[in-house]
Design a protein around this ligand. Structure first.
Ligand code: ZN
Length: 328
């Protein structure tokens, strides 16, 4: 396979702290021999495990970048045993634009794996992670939030995996992150995901959904900052005590997703974190083209809590309207 065109401006084997860029050549109208410059920080001291930490896999999700720019600016090599690789804005062109996908090629990073060295900008970044960064890592944390179109109760998540030892390691890391909720997660479509790439390499992998709506809150940013430090302490990379508080373990059984069958204006009948009974109305969609039309009810097929919801007030047919999760 071809070499990846990205040049790393950091030495992954050097002790100490380095702030640099992954430089991807990108020739365009306003810069003929220009580049995409993806910020990267490497902190290393001696031998030990490697953590690979990423935010803004989707460019409109902010808790991860907040926690990771903060970590890169505050952690010192003396606190570290092993290595921390921090890429706070994984899909950097999308992050700069404040959009889920890249404005260059419309690439959705989390649907672009394993990537291609001779593909689009997004595919080239994915290929670099697939063949260069992921193989260096023992533990991988990829921050997500709902972005502009979804909102979630704040949770860390690990996937149900065929290898039960690996699944147990992922669940232990998720618990150590210690978000208010911990989700045993099922994906709508796992093909092309960074999660799947990391898990297929046998890595301990944790992801999150920490609110959304295209911004962050004081509380959700705090969950992210505390969680990443807890995870690094759990991995034996940072010294210190894990800050623990109660976490609610959640499952996503069949029937957890509700999709809109209509275009219109959504009215939620329960809020995030509220309990809901099977058969209870989650939301209704109002038709807005004329008055006098009865709204369409959307009923929960599960008894649990509202863990995720569509964020904007208008919905389109096929949008994910709600996620109901069940306490374990
Ligand atoms: Zn995301």
């Amino acid at each position: 396979m071809k070499a990846n065109p990205i040049a790393a401006g950091v030495d992954f084997e050097a002790d100490g702290i380095q702030h640099g860029h992954l430089r991807l050549p990108y020739s365009r109208d306003d810069s003929a021999w220009g580049s995409v410059m993806i910020p990267i920080c490497v902190i290393k001291r001696g031998a030990g495990p490697t953590a690979l930490l990423t935010g803004a896999n989707h460019g409109d999700e902010y808790e991860g970048p907040i926690a990771l720019y903060d970590l890169a600016a505050s952690v010192t090599p003396e606190q570290v045993s092993g290595r921390i690789i921090i890429v706070p804005a994984f899909n950097y062109p999308a992050f700069q634009a404040g959009t889920r996908t890249s404005p260059i090629d419309k690439g959705n990073m989390n649907r672009s794996f394993p990537g291609r060295p001779d593909g689009t900008v997004t595919e080239k970044i994915a290929d670099y992670f697939q063949r260069y960064l992921l193989p260096m890592a023992d533990i991988v944390l990829d921050f997500h939030s709902g972005g502009k179109t979804l909102d979630f109760v704040p949770f860390a998540a690990a996937h149900i995996l065929p290898d039960k030892d690996q699944e147990a390691a992922c669940m232990a890391a998720m618990t150590a992150f210690n978000a208010p909720y911990s989700m045993r997660m099922v994906e709508i479509d796992a093909v092309g995901m960074y999660d799947t790439a990391a898990e297929e390499m046998g890595k301990t992998f944790v992801t999150t959904e920490l609110r959304g709506g295209g911004t962050s809150t004081a509380r959700s940013a705090g969950v992210a900052k505390r969680g990443v430090r807890n995870l690094l302490i759990h991995a034996g990379i940072l010294t210190g005590e894990i800050e623990r508080s109660d976490t609610v373990l959640l499952d996503m059984p069949d029937g957890c997703f509700t999709f809109a069958q209509d275009d219109g204006m959504v009215e939620f009948c329960v809020d995030l974190g509220d309990p809901i009974q099977a058969g209870q109305m989650i939301a209704r969609i109002h038709s807005t083209a004329r008055t006098g039309v009865v709204s369409t009810p959307y009923l929960s097929s599960l008894t649990g809590i509202l863990a995720g919801r569509h964020y904007p007030g208008l919905v389109k047919t096929g949008d994910c309207l709600a996620v109901v999760a069940v306490a374990v």
